[in-house]
Design a protein around this ligand. Sequence first.
Ligand code: SF4
Length: 695
Amino acid sequence: MASKKVYSICGMCTVRCPIEADVENGACSFIKGNPHAAGIEGAVCARGSAGLALINDSERPRFPMIRAGERGDGKWRQVSWDEALDYTAGRLREVAEKYGSRSVLFSDRGGPFRDLHQAFVRGLGSPNYCNHDASCARNVQHAALSLFGFGRKHVVYDLKSSRHVVLQTRNIFEAINVKEVNDLTTAMENGCKLTVIDIRATVSSSKANNFFMVRPGSDYAFNLAVIHVLLNSNLYDEKFAQLWIKDLNRLQEFVRPFTPEWAEKETGASAEELTSFVRELAGVRPAVIWHPGWMTARYKDSFYVCRSIYIINALLGSIGARGGLPFANKPGDVGRKGLKKLADLFPKPEEKRVDGVGWRYKRFDAGPGLLHLAFKAIDTEDPYPVKAYLAYRHDPLMGFPDPDALKAIFRKLDFLVSVTFSWSDTAWFSDVVLPLSPYLERESILACKNGLKPYFFVRHRVQEPRFDTRSDWEILCGLAKRLDLSPLAFESIADIWKYQLEGTDVSVADFAATGMVSLAERPLYRTMEELKFKTPSGKVEIISDKLESEGLASLKPYEAPARPAEGMFRIAFGRCPVHTQGHTVNNPLLGEQMAENVLWLNKTVAAKMNIADGEEVEVASNGHAGTIKVMLTDFIHPEAVFMVHGFGHTVPVESRAFGKGVADNCLMPGGLELWDQAGGAMALQEHFVAVKKLS
Ligand code: SF4
């Protein structure tokens, strides 16, 4: 029996952990974490282990398809790759000729391989590359930019060396990143404390030393009181503040009224416990991480929650510190050259972005734009028409609110393409489905992970595709060839890797031993004096001229969140450890672990409504309704209900996921218009639902 080990990269979620795959007679037989990767310790999570079930699953797009009926009818014509790529290139060309190159929109889910996608969009001559982040971490990104002049990935979370970790908008033990889970577990074994602030008790809170259950939408009040205590009791890092914080006096003045007693009335969290928690933090500063969050597209003030978190970290001296949020190093920081960018094969388009980012909204980061505003432009044709849309491994009909409204917008497109390895509502609604090989069956472009010790990594193909599917580079380079984008019309992945490695002193052979090439001997930390902020003043800017010049407050007064009407609840959603949003729900192994979502409902409230544990109820909002089982618990705030995101699939060919559970985004009518003006992300938890007993 021929057997080998292949180093590759997991693709079951966006974290992309390094893996080692066993291959027997050409077929993958086992997956584990890459033992050479620091912090992975040979582990993958439940989803990572289920990668084999993904390749063995036949209920996924297995060949290229062109729509044969109306959009969404599910009538398809199986075609060859040549026909699919010729057709796609032809339709893109038609749209570009009629409306200009800028009328093509592309979205993906970001990540380390996006350079290839950005190159393709640039090659087309369109400025409209977007990712999903308007429904995820844009508020964090913009909060970091407004204070530091650099984005959220300029710092890393030094969990392993931390003495106290605070999770407020992050649920590390359920929205899993293997290295983060391992590092935090190790730190906690060594005495690191964990505090969780949430509207419900999560697995993370079950492991915490402190848990504050706060009223939904009141996080900003909690944080203002924390800043109040830090400043009023002189618990902050004076040296850091003197060196690096501008306008500290304005902050001090601003937070004066926001005492712990005031916050207790807003949040429900005990003033005494809040004060003693802040003292605990100050006692171990700067080795403190108050995580600024990941999926923060939740409330209208989530940007200010993220901003207040970064301010707290700065006051604790944690920004740049060991055990806190040290600066990530790029190859250049450790004397090495980075990968050559594929996007540089083409000039940057001069056209303005259709979402208004960078010109109508100067405060926002132009990189991946704001996809909900691009969707709005499809609808309004303001500032110009967008008539073709490529959704790459992205399902906005599941990830964005109000899918009915979004479908009405998509109907205005001349052409909609999905590149995907799993069925999704968006793929089902597309004109063409270009089936992507699952990650074990494809190689990807090389990528770089910045960090304390930056490294390059490679995704190798573990086994040949079972069906007529292709790698991303084969699809995009195949389209590039047909669209006369010759610089991107690579014939092989080896040619792409060679191009990327030019000038780096690294060769493809260097990846053979471990799948990675480290660019530094040891982790590189900076001293406090060595830090550099990219703001106009070179300091942490409490008052941001960029925000103020666009009429937004740097220090926004607190506004109490709306209370739900009688019988209504604020809808909250989140992750569980066995699913990654929608795309794993039909996975045979993971579906078996959790086939449907349930509705968390506060026990005391349920008793008043005469609802029993496990009973089916109707959950509804503005004409959208679903039936779902309830899970009664004391550990959710009475004003909210919660469900795991990604359920309620409507694609009939997904036999295991079809009709199971409820999709939270269907319960958010008008949600495309509801977004955080300062941070750019959508406000997905500003919706209220009615819960009704069925019988
Ligand atoms: S966290 Fe799990 S699913 Fe995500 S990349 Fe890592 S092993 Fe894969």
